[in-house]
Design a protein around this ligand. Structure first.
Ligand SMILES: *Cc1c(COP(=O)(O)O)cnc(C)c1O
Length: 414
């Protein structure tokens, strides 16, 4: 029986969300629109199957096809990211990161990561996260003037605190990471180095951001951001990782199951496999490069309208606007733009004087609007609309109509 007949309330809410996504611009940089093929795998009968364990070593029978699904997913990820070992079972990015701690740290070990208000992620040791409670994190930030990671400071901090594990990766850093330098820093203190590429996995897969793989031991990622798959996570072990610790792959697998999780979501793993196949196709390279071109154009246009950008611009898929010269808070700007059909999100800027509850920044990105096929021409329109709405809130309704018209021309992926 169809959902509509079985549960009209949920069916109706899904319809409403579908319309919202179709008729407005999704510019939260961690979001994207996956293809119907990915959703078909995600909504498949594979959701019914228990498969605790790993291919060939399950705790349940009946996994002959599930094993093939998971192996295919692993092989595709290994090939795409050029790594030695992949675990595709983490339920999402945060559980993937937790598994890395469980694999290589003991409770109370010193770890190092970028502070959340500087653009890092909760799971890199921020105090409200379990990772900040069970371990002893030291946190680096960005330079107050340039808003770039100061690698000399990172080296100093590593030398002083001798962390067991160093995290690199961000949710609001618009610049390229110097993986080589970070690799040298980690090696100088004997730390495991993890690249958390949750935001930029699709850019890396598409050749639009340098890969950390030659320089780090472990790579973690989500699969639903620029990689454009279902919600999920992966942990990868590199050649360098195996050279440092021959048991690293085994430790990671044991940390995921039985350390932290039970049965893997094989429907999600099948959907990840589909997204990895899409990401290996030539068209994905074009897509990844266009994400960056679009972000650059959006940044240049916003600067023309006197918007101030953290770090002065962008080299990836996202930009962070410092709204202080516009006399509006991040929250108010987010709400205002939402009423004009543009979904963005409030975010702290580095050294934010307003504090984390009323941040001065607005974070936006181009992965989802690029998936719809938008290019530089549309970015100029969008920057103009953002400027119009922020300078004259009364224009929001009119702009929402124009956004809707643009959305009609650029449908969601088929
Ligand atoms: C999104 C993100 C995560 C966590 O992913 P969830 O799937 O939301 O748990 C981890 N690290 C970074 C850098 C992220 O951007």
């Amino acid at each position: 029986m169809k959902l509509k007949q079985k549960d009209s309330q949920i069916a109706k809410l899904i319809d409403l969300e579908t319309t919202r996504q179709k008729t407005t611009l999704q510019m939260i940089p961690s979001e994207n629109h996956c293809t119907p093929a990915v959703r078909e795998a995600l909504g498949s009968i594979l959701t019914d199957k228990y498969a605790e364990g790993y291919p060939g070593k399950r705790y349940y029978g009946g996994n002959q096809f599930i094993d093939m699904v998971e192996n295919l997913c692993i092989e595709r990820a290994k090939k795409l990211f050029k790594v030695e070992h992949v675990n595709v079972q983490p339920y999402s990015g945060s559980p993937a990161n937790m598994a890395v701690y469980v694999a290589v740290c003991e409770p109370g070990d010193v770890t190092m990561g970028m502070a959340l208000p500087m653009g890092g992620h909760l799971t890199h040791g921020w105090k409200v996260s379990a990772t900040g409670k069970f371990f002893k994190p030291v946190q680096y930030g960005v330079d107050e003037k340039t808003h770039l990671i100061n690698y000399d400071d990172v080296q100093k901090m590593a030398t002083e605190h001798k962390p067991k594990l160093i995290w690199v990766g961000a949710t609001a850093y618009p610049r390229i990471f110097d993986w080589k330098r970070l690799g040298q820093i980690a090696d100088s203190v004997g730390a495991y180095l993890v690249a958390d590429i949750a935001h930029i996995a699709g850019l890396i897969a598409g050749g639009a951001h340098p890969s950390p793989v030659p320089f780090v031991h472990i790579v973690t990622t989500t699969t639903h951001k620029t990689l454009r798959g279902p919600r999920g996570g992966m942990i990868m072990v590199t050649k360098k990782g195996l050279a440092k610790d021959a048991d690293l792959a085994k430790k990671i697998d044991k940390a995921v199951f039985p350390g932290l999780q039970g049965g893997p979501h094989e429907n999600a793993i099948a959907a990840i496999a589909v997204c990895l196949k899409e990401a290996a196709a030539p068209a994905f390279k074009t897509y990844a490069k266009q994400i960056v071109k679009n972000a650059k154009t959006l940044a240049e246009e916003l600067k023309r309208h006197d918007f101030s950008l953290v770090s002065g611009g962008t080299e990836n898929h996202l930009l962070l606007i410092d709204l202080r010269n516009k006399n509006i808070t991040g929250a108010d700007a987010q709400n205002l733009l939402e009423s004009a059909g543009m979904s963005t999100n409030k975010n702290s800027i580095p050294y934010d004087p307003a504090g984390p509850f009323k941040p001065s920044g607005l974070r936006l990105g181009t992965p989802a609007i690029t998936t719809r096929g938008m290019k530089e021409k549309e970015m100029k329109l969008i920057a103009g609309w953002i400027n119009e709405v922020i300078s004259n809130p009364a224009s929001a309704k009119k702009v929402a109509q124009e956004v809707k018209k643009l959305c009609k021309k650029f449908p969601l992926p088929k």
